[in-house]
Unconditional design. Structure first.
Length: 163
């Protein structure tokens, strides 16, 4: 049986976007994120983070630094009794990437690669899922993945309704 998920952009939805955050000291969680995620979990949604991380591609920080931050963030969610299920990231940038990171990949939003990969790995029904992003590129990724449910986040989390 397929599951459903809430796909969350990281910077600008989970935490305040300060451009290239890569240490715990730089993270300020958005008001309401834990309550929203708790509601989503209670309704049977998986919580999956999808995030472009051009800072890796630009050489501002390493993949190891990114993974360490995500481990810390996952621990913060677990401490709030809202365990995240997974995260997917794109370290590439087609114009400003350095070395192997300079590529026009299928994972960088607005392309749907991260969503498609997560859906396959977690057996997610995208028609029953929701994407929440703070940029048009997030919304475009949802549309490209065939997701009919998406929200452009502007500071207030939606009230989820059970179907």
């Amino acid at each position: 049986m397929s599951s459903k998920a809430v796909f969350l952009d990281r910077d600008g939805v989970i935490n305040v976007d300060i451009n290239y955050a890569h240490t715990p000291e730089q993270i300020t969680f958005i008001d309401g994120i834990f309550d929203f995620c708790s509601s989503a979990k209670a309704m049977g949604y998986k919580l999956i983070v999808i995030t472009n991380q051009a800072g890796i591609g630009r050489g501002f920080y390493t993949e190891e630094t990114f993974h360490a931050l995500m481990d810390w963030m996952f621990a913060q969610f677990a401490e709030n009794n809202v365990p995240l299920d997974a995260y997917y990231f794109c370290p590439h940038h087609p114009e400003y990437g350095v070395g192997e990171y300079k590529q026009d990949c299928n994972c960088r939003k607005p392309k749907p690669g991260m969503i498609i990969q997560a859906a396959g790995q977690w057996d997610i029904d995208l028609a029953q899922s929701i994407l929440i992003g703070d940029k048009q590129s997030d919304i475009a990724a949802a549309i490209a993945a065939g997701m009919p449910n998406y929200i452009l986040f502007e500071g207030q989390f939606p009230i989820l309704e059970s179907h």
